[in-house]
Structure formats: structure tokens, C-alpha cells
Design a protein. Structure first.
Length: 187
């Protein structure tokens, strides 16, 4: 049963991975088509998949827009699987961005030893208008948010790489055990 699921998963993945022709036809990717048509960038290997997961998660967290394209292009020099890197950036979406940035603010504030109050009420009273208060808050929160985003991106990349490498190793060892058992049963 597990082999059928693995086979169906690989069939689905092969069906949805762009071909060389589709990459060369895409006007945005056309300048990179020669590099993206390298078969090594599309293979699922024990090195390329963890790299791709780490790259996709890191880029997805740090860059909120156009992260799929950026991850695909960064996969070329890093020799990571392009499709996996692009897919892992999709963890960041309009539903996950608000909690991510709130967590980034909290983590960044903790790292910078800021207290929970972002707005200095004395300075905020001097600035009139609601827009000015919002801009004042953004100005004072931008440092902790930026530091928190970088921390979350690095953490997600390291954890994603580690988990993927461990799962890949376990999957591979289970395949080896199954082959050994099949050989012993055939004798």
C-alpha cells in the first residue's frame, strides 16, 4: 500500500513539474531557461530536497512577494530542487502573514530587550493625527519585526532542512530493508 502511495505521489509530482518546454516558453523565465533546463535541478535527491526545503522556507518568510520566482532562481546556484523550493515558499500566504509578523515582532522585541509597549506616549502626543501615530508605531516596530523575520526565516530553514534530511534518510533505509527482505524471501 505504501509503495502505491509513493508511486502515485511521484506520478503526481512528475505530472505537475514544469517541462523544459514550458520553462523556455515562459517569458519571465526565458533568460534562465538554459540553467533551469538542467535535469539535476529537477531530481529528487538526498541533497537537493533538503536544500530546496530550507531555501523555500527561508525565502518565503523573508520575502513576502514574488518569493516563488526568487526561490526558483536561487535554487540554480544552490543546486536545490527548483519545484520543491518554489512549493515550500507557499507556506507563506495571506492567511499566515499576520500571525507571522506578529510572532516576528514579539521575537524581535524579546531579542532586542524591548518592553511590550511600542508607542512612546509622550512622543506620540506631540505627533497629531491618527496616521502620524500609525507611522510612528511602524517606525518603532520595524526593527523588532525585521530582526524577528530574519530569526524566523533562519529557524524555519534550519528546522526544515533537518527534518527533511531525517525523513529522507528514514525513507531510504526503509527501502533498503524492504529490498533485503525481498532478496532473502526470494532465496
Amino acid at each position: 500500500m505504501a509503495d502505491d502511495e509513493t508511486l502515485l505521489g511521484s506520478r503526481w509530482l512528475r505530472h505537475h513539474i514544469p517541462t523544459r518546454e514550458t520553462v523556455q516558453q515562459n517569458r519571465i523565465l526565458r533568460p534562465f531557461a538554459r540553467h533551469l533546463s538542467d535535469p539535476a535541478l529537477w531530481r529528487l535527491t538526498r541533497r537537493s530536497v533538503p536544500r530546496a526545503v530550507a531555501l523555500g522556507l527561508g525565502v518565503g518568510v523573508i520575502i513576502p512577494i514574488m518569493h516563488v520566482l526568487i526561490a526558483a532562481l536561487l535554487a540554480i546556484p544552490l543546486r536545490a530542487n527548483v519545484a520543491i523550493a518554489a512549493a515550500c515558499t507557499l507556506v507563506i500566504n495571506p492567511l499566515t502573514i499576520p500571525p507571522l509578523y506578529y510572532a516576528a515582532y514579539r521575537i524581535g522585541s524579546w531579542e532586542l530587550h524591548h518592553n511590550g509597549a511600542v508607542i512612546n506616549h509622550g512622543a506620540a502626543e506631540q505627533v497629531s493625527g491618527e496616521l502620524s501615530r500609525v507611522l510612528f508605531w511602524i517606525h518603532h516596530a520595524s526593527g523588532p519585526i525585521a530582526l524577528g523575520v530574519v530569526t524566523i526565516a533562519l529557524g524555519a530553514a534550519v528546522i526544515g532542512y533537518g527534518i527533511t534530511a531525517i525523513l529522507w534518510r528514514r525513507w531510504l533505509s526503509s527501502k533498503w530493508r524492504a529490498r533485503r527482505h525481498a532478496r532473502r524471501a526470494a532465496k
